[in-house]
Design a protein around this ligand. Structure first.
Ligand code: PMP
Length: 363
């Protein structure tokens, strides 16, 4: 059927939305997949065992609607109360609940112009007026300008720390400036990548009733396929999100997801070793990319954002694809000449460097 007739079924509200486009998940053998910031290592074996055991019995019953075991594990690890933790089906879903619960205000939500592009999609979905704040020429968030704008009145602030897709992290003092500039609205800090060298705002929760920190098990716990994310904040914020969640889906996390996530959160040895491997590989890859003439932004994440002054980024991404190496290229203004390269295993990163050396030719 022609798509125009299919779209006649759309509600006007749906027709007006522009969905987020996730990175590809192609089924190509031997692909070096460095395009969606997954962890290149398999998850903790304890997490895999826990998922298998949970799947082996009890699937005929609904899971705990409150995902209490998972919230307890998060609370325990981060020194919070269980009523200060909200759990959801991936941090994307957690973010959606936060946007719904907090940001449709009379003043606009403030958001950097270069950041995770899903924020704008949620703003559109929930009819939130979103005012983009320019990052500077080095693609850094201008915190003083953002705080000054916030103190004139805003509907809240959302940002990723470390930022995506730049990988640049902000120190906690900068987050405090934003919290103080926006005391009556929520400041959402998305810490999807924080475990790869960023500074987490979780210790600030006790002091700031307007702080919501969102994290995921998709990256540093290597559980992208399980879909588990969480938000931490004072109990009044978590209560608000739970209220919203219960107008949408009472059981967002299945039993295997909760069991796997709890086991993953308890395996500190796996976590420390894997984060260290990713960070070490990132530092090595950065130097190798610089040797090939790339400019690489300083990253505290499990990816780097790099551009080559003489070569078009879209063409490079295509040439890499022809050599079975996938990286992410965004056509968005300001970042169209950059490639976002997820940190793979050392072998995957060597394959990327070999492919780039081949594409670029002799210096
Ligand atoms: N926040 C940021 C900044 C991200 O890059 C991603 C991954 N695309 C997410 C949140 C969502 O991650 P997940 O839904 O897998 O938890």
């Amino acid at each position: 059927m022609a798509s125009s007739s299919v779209s006649s079924f759309y509600s006007p509200r749906l027709a007006a939305l522009e969905p987020y486009v996730p990175g590809e998940q192609p089924r190509i053998a031997n692909l070096v997949k460095l395009n969606t910031n997954e962890n290149p290592y398999p998850p903790s074996p304890h997490a895999v065992d826990a998922v298998q055991q949970a799947a082996a019995s009890g699937l005929e019953r609904y899971p705990d609607p409150e995902s209490l075991a998972l919230r307890e594990a998060v609370a325990q690890r981060h020194g919070l109360g269980v009523d200060e933790v909200f759990a959801g089906n991936g941090s994307d879903e957690v973010l959606a609940h936060a946007f719904f619960a907090f940001f449709r205000q009379s003043e606009p939500l403030l958001c950097p112009d270069v950041t995770y592009s899903f924020y704008r999609v949620y703003a559109q979905r929930y009819e939130i007026d979103c005012e983009l704040q320019s990052v500077d020429d080095a693609l850094r968030i201008d915190v003083d300008a953002l705080a000054a704008r916030a103190s004139r009145g805003c509907g809240g602030i959302v940002l990723a720390n470390p930022n995506a897709p730049t990988g640049i992290g902000l120190p906690l003092g900068e987050i405090v400036k934003l919290l103080q500039a926006c005391p009556h609205r929520v400041v959402l800090v998305d810490e999807a990548y924080v475990d790869f060298g960023g500074a987490s705002a979780l210790p600030l929760i006790e002091q700031y009733p307007n702080l919501l920190v969102v994290q995921t098990l998709s990256k540093s716990r290597a559980l992208a396929g399980l879909r588990v994310g969480f938000a931490c904040g004072q109990a009044h914020l978590i209560e608000a999100m739970t209220r919203g969640k219960n107008t949408f889906n009472s059981y967002p996390l299945g039993r295997p997801a909760v069991a796997g996530a709890v086991a993953a959160l308890q395996d500190e040895a796996w976590f420390d070793q894997t984060c260290k491997a990713v960070i070490d590989t990132r530092e090595g890859l950065t130097l190798e990319l610089e040797d090939l003439g790339f400019e690489v932004l300083p990253s505290q994440a499990n990816f780097v954002f790099a551009r080559h002054p003489q070569r078009d980024a879209a063409e490079l991404a295509l040439a890499l694809r022809e050599r079975a190496v996938l990286v992410r290229h965004f056509r968005a203004p300001r970042i169209a000449q950059y490639l976002r390269i997820s940190i793979g295993t050392r072998a995957q990163c060597s394959a990327l460097i070999d492919a780039l050396a081949d594409i670029l030719g002799p210096a």
